[in-house]
Design a binder for this molecule. Structure first.
Ligand SMILES: *Cc1c(COP(=O)(O)O)cnc(C)c1O
Length: 370
């Protein structure tokens, strides 16, 4: 018996970074979580939660959260769509806009692997255009592909580079479909493309609370676009895609911009230190505008370093695919966590330590409060 559509049989599963059990003593630098806890206002909002909020269905449009975004970022509340993480909105976009060979999906690579997974699931044909070594956006090729959806992550993962607004503008002008600007890491960058939604009806900017706001576990993201573009997406999203707790707690997080900024500044300072330390060990580390770095070890033995670090309780991300299989994507942790990582790498690289030894990290270091 064939249980599944052929597209599902053929597709590869999306493989998220490992998530060890909470309380396990690991230094977790593999899925770009923020090393600092969420705002104290978030925990306060959780504690004050009225049971009535849980008894009733949540607001399908998460208006309270939209209002908080509107008050802090300036986007009008009716230009906002809220999702169960921005992954939910990527899914909604693909379901609403892409199909088969006529309504295709295009994006530059390497980038967020979920774009490919969602396309395969739909299914919709994909045009993948490799970035050149200088990470210049392949604008002409993307325009030529003229896809129903063009995804551009900026800052991009895993490269950490940003795409200039002029190139995004050119792209938005040149295609007839939707341009999705995935700003999951924008809190760690110097500029945003949010203003483009006013210039172009076919642009949607996606944001998440998972990285900058330390709320990956809450599952909350949002998109900003012209109401005409949102109208189709609202038809596709689940009515209650965002739960009542996320709406309330997310609003508290968004309203505490000062706390988020303070954490972001710490992460940016640590990113600079980590970059310098890795370069001193002989790694190649391009400038990153996210809360992670993509580092190439001097001996290009990324996979064995990844495994050796894992044995020592230090998780980083390794992508076994052409162009990335000689690199490690390392999330920026606290200065202490980064230091333990750098010291472990120094020992492994100098050969002073065999790579098959096991070791665990202390409670203090595994906790985000250090
Ligand atoms: C983390 C990430 C997301 C997903 O964020 P969620 O809101 O947690 O679903 C989307 N795009 C990129 C590029 C990411 O790195």
């Amino acid at each position: 018996m064939d249980y599944f559509r052929s597209a599902i049989d053929r597709m590869a599963s999306y493989v998220p970074g490992e998530q060890p059990q909470p309380g396990t003593n690991v230094i977790k630098l593999n899925t770009n979580e923020n090393p600092y806890p969420p705002s104290p206002k978030v925990m306060e909002a959780l504690q004050c939660l009225d049971s009535e909020y849980l008894r009733r269905y949540p607001d399908p449009f998460a208006k309270e959260f939209c209002q908080a975004i509107s008050d802090t970022l300036g986007a009008p509340a009716d230009w906002i769509i809220v999702g169960n993480g921005s992954d939910d909105l990527l899914n909604v976009l693909v379901r609403a806009c892409a199909e088969g060979r006529d309504r295709t999906i295009a994006y530059p690579t390497p980038t967020y692997v979920l774009y490919r997974t969602l396309s395969a699931m739909q299914p919709a044909s994909v045009v993948e255009i490799p970035y050149a070594d200088n990470f210049e956006l392949p604008v002409a090729e993307l325009i030529q592909a003229n896809a129903a959806i063009t995804f551009v992550a900026t800052p991009n993962s895993p490269s950490g580079h940003v795409v200039p607004l002029s190139q995004l503008r050119e792209l938005a002008q040149g295609v007839s479909g939707i341009v999705v600007i995935d700003e999951a890491y924008v809190d760690f960058a110097e500029f945003s493309a949010l203003s483009l939604v006013q210039e172009f009806e076919n642009v949607i900017v996606l944001r998440t609370l998972s990285k900058g706001y330390s709320l990956a576990g809450l599952r909350l993201g949002f998109g900003v676009a012209h109401p005409k573009l949102l109208a189709g997406l609202f038809k596709v999203k689940d009515s209650y895609n965002v739960d009542a707790i996320a709406i309330l707690v997310g609003a508290a997080a968004i309203r505490d911009q000062a706390y988020k900024e303070a954490c972001v500044e710490k992460v940016k300072a640590s990113r600079a230190t980590l970059t310098t330390d890795l370069k001193n060990l002989g790694f190649t580390v391009p400038e990153s505008h996210g809360n992670f770095v993509l580092a190439t070890p001097p001996a290009r033995n990324a996979e064995s370093l990844y495994l050796a670090l894992k044995q020592r309780g230090i998780f980083v991300r390794y992508f076994k695919q052409p162009g990335l299989d000689d690199k490690l994507r390392i999330s920026v942790g606290t200065d202490k966590q980064n230091q333990v990582l750098v010291e472990a790498l120094a020992r492994l690289i100098s050969g002073s330590e065999p790579s098959d030894r096991t070791e665990t990290v202390s409670d203090e270091l595994a906790s985000s409060k250090t």
